[in-house]
Design a protein around this ligand. Sequence first.
Ligand SMILES: [Zn+2]
Length: 215
Amino acid sequence: MYLYNIHTHKFDAAQAADYQVKCILNTYPEDFYARKSLFPDSWFSCGIHPWNAIDANMEQMIKILSEPNVVAVGEVGLDKLKGPELSVQIKVFRQQIELATQKGKPLIIHCVRAWGELIALYKEYNKYSIPWIIHGYRGNPEQTQQLGKIGFKFSLGEKFNVDSLKHIPMENIFCETDMSDLTICKVYENISRDIGVDKNHFATLVARNVEITFR
Ligand SMILES: [Zn+2]
């Protein structure tokens, strides 16, 4: 059985007992090739982080997105607390949404306090119907219902809002470790316990989501 970790900055080679761990290792255009040569069998996401939007190397992104084991564009998005001014971030985010659309790859999204802008962009582009997955999601129940209704998917890690779980349909949920020291096994354990479902059953549902979403 697979435990998929859809967003991590550390390659987690540790195989949990009874499980196979499969990661989507996050990269930036400047470190993609180095990480790929270290972990040739991994899956990758690659994106220009909003914090780095000021020196965006879009040529390199275009090249990297043609690599067969790059399964997602990310992390990309908007951050009102850090990084260059929002107009610069939006410009770079738009370019990457367009690239993801051309390649038919899902977006892994970093969003800090820019939900109105994110929703507006989703509504503008969602006719292209690539999945938009908000990573490290910790929103409250109201926000979860609102974003879910619009069409966003959610990736949960070490910290999440327990009360929001019942508002996330099972087909819209993913698991990740991001920067955390927690194992992905522990993340599955925590989330499945708080939802009140068997861990293996939960892992099967998430695996199906991953197989449908990242092709
Ligand atoms: Zn991250």
